[in-house]
Design a protein around this ligand. Structure first.
Ligand code: ADP
Ligand code: MG
Length: 692
């Protein structure tokens, strides 16, 4: 048997089983052995019935004494009781709504049961354990595979055993210099032994070493790929801006002094901008930390150096807001700012495109529309994307390629308000240098946050009303636009209707203008509402998460989140950042449905902290990284065994080794790196069109 043989080469795999296996993306014998167990069951020991403890997962060998079939009309529940015994005692095995199992047991025969002991009113029992006749029992540490319909664990284990024959054909594909390097515990296990120990662990130590090998392997290849891309991104000569400190005149014209963190980041950016190497930098900073101000300084520098700059934002609302602010500010300096979005009239659009071509527009602000093929610049020198987590790596590269056919690449600046924990940033943005604005402009008081439930909604509304009476404005955010089948969610439409009625003046509450904003509205409608809210004509805005990013209305002081349990922590933090942007004290109420332990913990974190980085770390702990960042949207391949949070240390180790290797062989072109190179290409596939 060969690694690349089809699975049907294995005894017991016919066309039908092969079809089921293909659902797991298993076509070849190699695919099969690379399907790793998701967990293991320890079936080495049999526990005598007398020694069972509630909560423990055990194997019990019991002789079936009696089968009792109960049917509870009231609860429409059917329960099968199997009474079993061994030399030490008797035990109830319970199955609910599984009457067919009656036929699976023979009185007088002994079975092996595997399950968790529960304490019921009548003593200890096993509920829905796995079972087999005693003579067919599998012993040892059993791997449990992620499976699909039509394949049993038993079958999969048998096939994995048969496939052991091909292990000697598995070759080491990490370069020798990596394997021979320093490792924490006794070197890197070879891949064949690692696979064998993951499928059929011999002992704990070998299992741990096997797992380490696979995790390191995965993270190392990933990091090598990312760093090779970075290499490619910055291989070309960058556009160097004027060495004169032209930005100083702009900085001194700003209405406020920069914070220390802003000054530091501006310096990091300026150093990049005047150098011959293209800038490739991520600026991370909490909502309101003043990233836009920093971006404007960079744009000013570009324009004064004779280049154009483009800023791309993920939503039309945000793009327009940036446009208005930047245009107003730059007009005083004689800098022409243009706008592009998908919803523009053809004539307007043509005018902007012309302005970009002939260089009369110096700065372009827009949505994804700015990366359309028709858009070309006269002399693009700086590319900025805001809220990077919404764009993929390839989009960033496409935007950079707008620099035209000049051999010099434009500088790239990426801004994100989603505070990404360092461990993740390193992976997600491995191809970027990172700057952090970790200080807020002075005069901000932290937003007072209360996590609460239904029963306090009325109090929240009354509080909001008092704030509106003082001339302040309020946001109410809901997860959904319309009423849906899942009943427990308050939709934006329903909430808006309820609150308009409440505040229409007829109910003695005073008159306040309530409006609704959601993503399905026409652009013009959204713009009008945002404008009216901005100008204070709307007092209370009910909205879906479209207001999430960047909206700036300093007079808004109350944020109420409905169904807070439906938002991620990082997202709640973003939403909360819509208030507290002025000098008045701001408030945030999180109204959750239900009362799970996780919901309580989340509420507590939000009440305790307004530090986006801390919240992001906690979010990561509670939810795991896959949830927060669909790796797809980053153009990164999904990880199979490694976990970026739990394996942060291995990640660091893999990263250091990958850095060293890529530095010595940037194209991975040395013959001894060929197997690694082909793995990197396979891993990234078309996603990054990584033409090394
Ligand atoms: P971000 O883009 O990081 O969310 P912004 O750049 O929009 O933050 O800044 C938020 C608000 O703070 C804006 O109103 C901006 O004018 C103001 N701001 C920025 N930097 C400073 C500073 N150094 N001192 C005072 N206010 C500042
Ligand atoms: Mg911003």
């Amino acid at each position: 048997m060969r690694l690349q043989d089809p699975v049907t080469e294995l005894r017991g795999v016919g066309p039908k089983k092969a079809e089921a296996l293909s659902k797991l993306h298993i076509e070849t014998v190699e695919d099969l052995i690379r399907l790793l167990p998701r967990t293991y069951e320890d079936r080495r020991q049999v526990t005598p019935i007398a020694q069972l403890e509630a909560g423990k997962t055990v194997t019990v060998m019991g002789r079936v004494e009696k089968l009792i079939d109960n049917y509870y009309r009231r609860g429409r529940k059917q329960m099968l009781r199997v009474l079993v015994s061994d030399e030490t005692g008797a035990l109830d095995i319970l199955f609910f709504n599984a009457r067919f199992l009656k036929r699976a047991f023979q009185v007088g025969r002994t079975y092996a049961f595997y399950g968790t002991v529960t304490e019921t009113g009548r003593g200890r029992s096993l509920v829905h354990p796995q079972f087999t006749p005693a003579e067919e029992r599998e012993e040892g540490i059993l791997p449990i595979y992620p499976l699909t319909r039509g394949i049993s664990q038993r079958e999969m284990r048998a096939w994995q055993r048969l496939a052991e024959e091909v292990y000697p054909q598995i070759e080491e594909d990490l370069p020798e210099e990596i394997i021979d390097g320093e490792f924490t515990d006794g070197g890197l296990m070879d891949p064949a032994s690692a696979l064998r120990n993951l499928h059929f662990p011999e002992d704990r130590e070998s299992y741990l070493r096997a797992k380490y090998r696979m995790i390191f392997d995965e993270l190392f290849v990933l990091q090598t790929g990312i760093l090779a891309v970075r290499n490619r991104s910055s291989a070309g000569r960058g556009i160097a801006f004027s060495r004169e400190p032209v930005e100083e005149e702009y900085i001194s014209s700003m209405p406020f002094p920069l914070t220390g963190a802003q000054r530091r980041v501006v310096k990091e950016i300026m150093d990049d901008l005047v150098s011959e190497r293209a800038m490739n930098r991520l600026v991370q900073g909490d909502v309101g930390s003043g990233k836009t101000a920093v971006a404007q300084i960079a744009m000013y520098k570009a324009v004064r150096s004779g280049y154009q700059a483009v800023l791309m934002a993920p939503t039309e609302i945000l793009a327009r807001q940036h446009y208005q602010g930047i245009r107003e500010d730059f007009s005083r300096h004689g800098i022409e700012v243009g706008f592009l979005s998908g919803s523009m009239k053809a004539a307007e659009r043509r005018q902007v495109l012309e302005g970009l071509c002939d260089g009369s527009i110096h700065v372009l602000v827009g949505t994804h529309a700015v990366i359309q093929p028709e858009v070309s610049f006269k002399r693009l020198g700086l590319v900025i994307t805001d809220e990077q987590h919404r764009f993929g790596v390839d989009q960033r590269i496409r935007l950079r390629e707008k620099g035209g056919d000049s051999s010099e690449e434009p500088n790239v600046l990426v801004m994100t308000a989603t505070p990404i924990p360092r461990t993740l940033a390193v992976v997600l943005y491995g191809d970027l240098d990172i700057s952090v604005i970790d200080e807020m402009p002075p005069g901000r008081t932290p937003i007072a946050t209360r996590s609460t439930d239904e029963s306090h909604r009325e109090d929240c509304y009354r509080f909001a009303q008092r704030q509106m009476e003082q001339g302040r404005q309020v946001y109410v955010v809901t997860p959904l636009i319309e009423e849906s089948d899942s009943m427990d969610v308050r939709s934006a439409e329903a909430v808006a209707e309820e609150l308009s009625t409440r505040f229409d003046g007829r109910h003695g509450c005073g008159f306040f203008c309530v409006a609704l904003l959601h993503g399905n509205m026409k652009q013009a409608e959204k713009d009008r509402i945002m404008e009216e809210f901005h100008d204070g004509q709307i007092d209370l805005l009910v909205s879906t998460v479209v207001i999430e990013v960047g909206i700036n209305v300093p007079n808004a002081t109350v944020m109420i989140m409905e169904n807070a349990e439906r938002f991620g922590l990082a997202q709640m933090h973003q939403l909360r950042g819509r208030v507290g942007r002025g000098t008045s004290k701001s408030f945030c109420f999180l109204i959750s449905q239900g009362s799970s332990e996780v919901a309580r913990q989340r509420g507590e974190i939000m009440e305790k902290s307004t530090d986006g980085f801390f919240i992001a770390e906690e979010d990561l702990k509670l939810r795991g990284p896959g949830d927060i960042f669909g790796t797809r949207q980053h153009g990164l391949p999904a990880l199979y065994i490694a976990d970026l949070v739990r394996h942060a240390e291995i990640l660091q180790e893999a990263r250091e080794k990958a850095q060293k290797l890529v530095k010595e062989d940037p194209e991975l072109s040395r013959p001894e790196h060929a197997p690694l190179r082909s793995r990197v290409l396979r891993l990234f596939g078309g996603e990054l069109s990584l033409d090394l």
